[in-house]
Design a protein around this ligand. Structure first.
Ligand code: M6R
Length: 613
């Protein structure tokens, strides 16, 4: 979390920094700040609130300078005040630092620096860096940063400048938080994420753990502070990004989230493109698991967080039911600390839109260190998870900017179906009816998703009603259960209405006590084999006076017992229903949040990419 930007080149730095910070606001929006270096002086402005508040503060002020860094914060140490906003400076106000991540030994370092006479002005861990670099500075910022980074523990990315070296910024990375250097023509950039660079360049260096980049307008020198001698400079490989600048723009949509919901038919097509050969009943995944790895796997474990975890739950149902492979699912924050039993032939699938979620990375590392083969289902080429994986599977959803994940979830589901088919071709070479049905239906899903998006008016009307509720429940069985959870997460995340996603059969074991007239229940009933059971669960809820909104496939039976209004999705194969049923739930959450005038793309207390534990 937190977004970092930096610029060195011929243009005025301030406007580039602000523009790029706006593109990273999704990473945190508790405070914002910039520093521009010019002729030995530093212009610093910072404030609590979003980048827009910073822009308002700066107003029409003319700020001269071609070198600068900036920050948008998701608070960890110290509340989101102006005093705690980055950049943070050293005692003499010559060094300014912006930072993403956590310095775990900051307290010890702070005490040490205080005893040496350094004066601190904030409660952040970040300020330690400014003073540490000051302590080591002997006329070479790169050298001071390398020494300082050798002292800190934790996971972080940082960028720093010094008023005495006015043509340079220095960036460093420890462990996982992402840091990307954008390579321009006689100008260079740095940012926490690719969207902030796309307007200027598609050529980047993706910094690795332990690297320091000394960035001037004429070049970038990369060295490692972990190696000795740490000043040895080496050639980094240039990565070319295939995303275009317009992919990260909001266009004519009221919010990024709405745009991303509407992009889902394209996400489905793009994730499938070139990978599915229906007549030959084959799936092609490049540089992927070998037939032996697939055949030898005794067990698959999915690890993920938040929305990606719900995709993983869908995977468990599919892999166990269709392929009869024992499948485990866990959230990253639990898996990493639960002393998991991992065997050499296990396959661990890490699902992550960003590829930078700290808990998911740590889980995959834990499994890898115990001998598992790691598959990554991710959206971001070059992300930490994609690079550590033995077999990355990219979902090709394009940049996802809204904090609430939508198109990435649908992309993850498609990735899971591809993985299922891929496993199927080596584990069930003779085929199976379920695999054939999935293979045959996948190419039709995008058009069916589009049909849902062509008429959103009924969902908008429903949202008007639900937005007046105190609490809302989502229930379902089997493949509908993870989608109930996902619908619930979407609603609470952006509308702040309390909600719970529940296994429908579990309601009667406690939660039914909460049912009353003011608690609408969205009941997913897309699975034919459990349809009648769901009808019973719906009756149980109705009997407690709670309004039920059934979500069903078109042409479902027994409609006379289902209340109205209903959410009806185009008919599809039951295995694939999650891809369609989640879309109206995303829209429902979106329109509730709009009705309540919430900050849809940047809901309170959250950030897009969770790079801390
Ligand atoms: O980038 P990741 O997919 O690893 O992110 C995981 C979660 O933080 C993310 O899905 C989060 O739950 C979303 N805000 C939900 O909309």
């Amino acid at each position: 979390m937190c977004g970092i930007v930096g610029y060195v080149g011929p243009r005025q730095a301030l406007s580039i920094l602000l523009q790029n910070l706006n593109l990273l606001t999704y990473r945190g929006y508790d405070s914002a700040g910039v520093v521009v270096s010019h002729n030995g002086t530093l212009y610093i402005e910072k404030t609590a609130g979003k980048v827009s508040a910073l822009e308002a503060l700066i107003g029409e002020t003319e700020v001269e300078g071609h070198v600068g860094i900036g920050h948008t914060r998701w608070a960890t140490h110290g509340p989101p005040t102006t005093l705690n906003a980055h950049p943070h400076t050293d005692c003499q106000g010559r060094i300014a630092v912006v930072h993403n991540g956590i310095i775990e030994n900051y307290y010890v370092l702070r005490q040490e620096l205080l005893s040496q006479g350094h004066k601190f002005t904030s409660e952040t861990d970040t300020e330690v860096l400014a003073h540490l670099i000051e302590a080591y500075y002997q006329g070479d910022l790169g050298a001071a940063v390398r020494r300082a980074m050798q002292r800190v523990r934790g996971a972080m990315a940082m960028v720093v400048l010094h008023s005495g070296e006015p043509d340079k910024i220095v960036a460093a990375k420890l462990d996982t938080p992402p840091l990307i250097v954008g390579l321009g023509q006689r100008e260079n950039f740095v940012a926490s994420d690719i969207p902030a660079l796309l307007k200027y360049t598609n050529k980047v260096y993706i910094l690795e753990d332990g690297e320091v980049a000394e960035i001037t307008r004429d070049g970038v020198r990369v060295s490692s502070f972990l190696e000795r001698p740490s000043r040895r400079v080496y050639q980094k490989q240039v990565t070319v990004i295939e995303w275009t600048p317009d992919m990260a723009e909001q266009g004519s949509y009221a919010h990024y989230m709405l745009k991303e919901i509407h992009e889902q038919p394209t996400t489905i097509q793009d994730t499938l493109r070139g990978r599915l050969d229906e007549p030959a009943r084959r799936v092609y995944l490049e540089n992927f698991l070998s037939p032996q790895q697939v055949q030898n796997a005794h067990r698959i474990t999915f690890v993920a967080c938040g929305t990606a975890y719900h995709a993983a739950l869908v995977a468990k149902y599919l892999f166990e039911q269709v392929l009869r492979i024992p499948t485990e699912v866990d959230v990253g924050s639990e898996y990493r600390y639960r002393y998991p039993i991992v065997e050499n032939e296990d396959i661990v699938v890490a699902i992550s839109q960003s590829g930078e979620t700290a808990d998911t990375i740590a889980s995959a590392r834990e499994a890898q260190s115990q001998g598992a083969t790691i598959v990554a289902i991710t959206n971001v080429v070059g992300s930490t998870i994609s690079r550590m994986a033995d077999a990355p599977l990219y979902i090709r959803a394009g940049p996802e900017i809204a904090v609430a994940s939508t198109k990435a979830f649908v992309g993850q589901l498609i990735g899971i179906y591809l993985l299922l088919l891929y496993f199927g071709q080596f584990r069930r070479p003779q085929g199976s009816p379920a695999l054939q049905q999935i293979l045959a239906e996948l190419p039709h899903l995008a058009a069916k998703a589009q049909r849902i998006l062509d008429d959103t008016a009924p969902i908008e009307r429903l949202a008007q009603e639900i937005s007046r509720s105190k609490a809302c429940f989502f229930i379902g069985r089997h493949l509908d259960e993870p989608i109930a959870r996902e619908g619930s997460l979407k609603l609470k995340e952006i509308s702040y209405i309390h909600s719970q996603g529940y296994a429908a059969g579990e309601l009667k074991h406690g939660t039914l006590a909460l049912m009353e007239r003011e608690t609408p229940v969205v009941a997913l009933a897309t699975q034919e084999n459990l349809y009648e059971k769901m009808l019973s669960n719906i009756q149980e809820v109705l009997a407690r006076s709670a309004p039920v909104i059934p979500l069903i496939q078109e042409h479902s039976s027994n409609l006379e017992v289902l209340p109205e209004p209903r959410i009806v999705i185009p008919r599809t194969n039951d295995y694939l229903a999650p891809v369609l049923s989640v879309i109206p739930l995303q829209l429902l959450a979106y329109y509730c949040a709009v009705a309540l005038d919430r900050d849809v793309d940047q809901p309170r207390n959250l950030a897009k990419s969770v790079t801390v534990e």
